[in-house]
Design a protein around this ligand. Structure first.
Ligand code: ADP
Length: 422
């Protein structure tokens, strides 16, 4: 039986409402309005296709007995559905993100224009082709083969060598999937401009600062006793600026580096060095203990590891009041070894923990500044550990103390005294 025709305003209104719901859902899910709209648009297309599929036989075979009025209504309705379908397909094909609809065998059912550009898909020949096979030899093919739910970040776009994309897969319909790829080349370029800017400014500041610092050192405080406090403050501040510039340059270098030199880092001597540095900084104000039981050396960059491990010790000294104790540990754990620094200092409220490794993030700027901090130490630690595939874990209780632990995997451990390739 033929249903009464839907009033002409109902279909576009329903469509607009659906797209709006998609936009709101997308916005709620991390601000991806376009993705939300795309998803409901594609879902709507599939729904309409399914509905048309179901309705086609009675529609095509309009009962001979149907009145001319019924026939006209039926034709109008078919035209409206076809036109909505066209609109939805056009909207989805113009999305800036690549959208690929895959069936349960990961064969390509549909894709938009951005997918042609970013993924190099071609129509009509790629319709029905297995996506993994079509992407053979790319990072995307490996990711598809692994079938992981984790999104894939910052890979070269298979269809556009100078573009980078982020890819995610969303389950959809009846074991179907929707692959979304977003062009992030523009974001990467902005990030590169930011990095270059910081590196260039730091580099340009280095020479004038060295000159100022040099002259300040030459001035004799005894010559002009009334200027003594001013001069010593100027010396302290120029030293601080010099340290900020050096830390920014270190960070720039670490950010552009993708791997580190694989050198043996003898831990016995490195631990002795960081302990001596802690004692020099503490000047007898803290009890400093070293517990080393790991019997393992590290594989990596000696300079960067020294910088990271001593940064944690320096923080422990600077954020622990006089009379407190600091324990440096190097121990084995089932999945590798852990270097940790525990203190009985001020501690860190839980709300700050997640942001602590951001550049210039401090709980108290004045406390950091007074203790000679630049706000860049933990950021450097995080980058160095990333380059060594190690993780930083921070446990802290305000008023009780903190533990900063660096977890190194087996691949980074060497037997002390052994040959460099053990
Ligand atoms: P800073 O140069 O300011 O010490 P860091 O990046 O090394 O910069 O540390 C960031 C902030 O984390 C510090 O300003 C301090 O507030 C907090 N912090 C780091 N280590 C400790 C610690 N052992 N105890 C308490 N707070 C710490």
């Amino acid at each position: 039986m033929i249903q009464p025709a839907t009033p002409s305003w109902k279909l576009p209104a329903a469509l607009a409402a659906t797209l709006l719901v998609g936009a709101v859902l997308g916005w709620l899910a991390d601000g991806h309005v376009a993705v939300g709209v795309a998803l409901v648009a594609v879902a709507e297309v599939v729904l309409l296709l399914t509905r048309i599929g179901h309705q086609t036989p009675p529609m095509m075979a309009t009962p001979a007995a149907a009145s001319p009025l019924q026939h006209d209504r039926f034709m109008m309705r078919s035209r409206r559905i076809a036109s909505s379908l066209r609109d939805l397909r056009n909207a989805a094909s113009q999305l800036p993100d690549a959208v690929v609809l895959l069936d349960r065998q990961q064969q390509i059912r549909w894709f938009n224009h951005a997918a042609e550009n970013l993924l190099g898909l071609r129509r009509p020949q790629d319709r029905g082709a297995p996506l993994q096979q079509r992407m053979a030899g790319s990072d995307l093919a490996d990711w598809l083969r692994r079938g992981t739910q984790e999104p894939l970040s910052d890979i070269a776009a298979p269809g556009q060598a100078d573009s980078q994309i982020n890819v995610s897969m969303l389950p959809f319909g009846d074991h179907e999937q929707l692959l979304l790829a977003r062009d992030i080349s523009h974001l990467n370029r902005l990030e590169q401009i930011r990095r270059d800017f910081v590196a260039n400014v730091s580099h340009e500041l280095r020479t004038p600062l060295t000159v100022i610092h040099g002259y300040l050192e030459l001035l004799d405080l005894e010559d002009v006793p009334e200027l003594a406090p001013v001069l010593s403050e100027m010396r302290a501040q120029s030293k601080r600026m010099g340290q900020i510039v050096e830390d920014l340059l270190t960070l720039s270098r670490l950010e552009t580096q993708h791997q580190v030199a694989d050198e043996r880092v003898p831990m016995a001597s490195l631990l002795a060095t960081v302990r001596k540095e802690a004692e020099a900084l503490s000047q007898g104000r803290h009890r400093i203990v070293l517990e080393s039981t790991a019997e393992a050396d590290l594989l990596g960059s000696p300079k960067d590891l020294h910088s990271a491990l001593s940064n944690l010790v320096s923080n422990a000294v600077r954020y622990t009041p006089t009379g407190g104790s600091i324990t440096i540990r190097w121990q084995r754990v089932p999945d590798g070894a852990v270097y940790s620094v525990s203190d009985t200092g001020f501690g860190i409220p839980a709300t700050h923990l997640a942001r602590l490794t951001e550049r210039f993030y401090r709980i108290s700027s004045s406390r950091s500044r007074d203790s000679g901090g630049t706000g860049l130490g933990l950021s450097i630690v995080k980058h160095v550990l990333n380059l060594h595939q190690a993780q930083l874990q921070i446990d802290s209780t305000p008023g009780v103390g903190s533990t900063f632990a660096c977890h190194f995997g087996h691949a980074r451990l060497l037997t002390p005294g052994g040959s460099d390739d053990d």
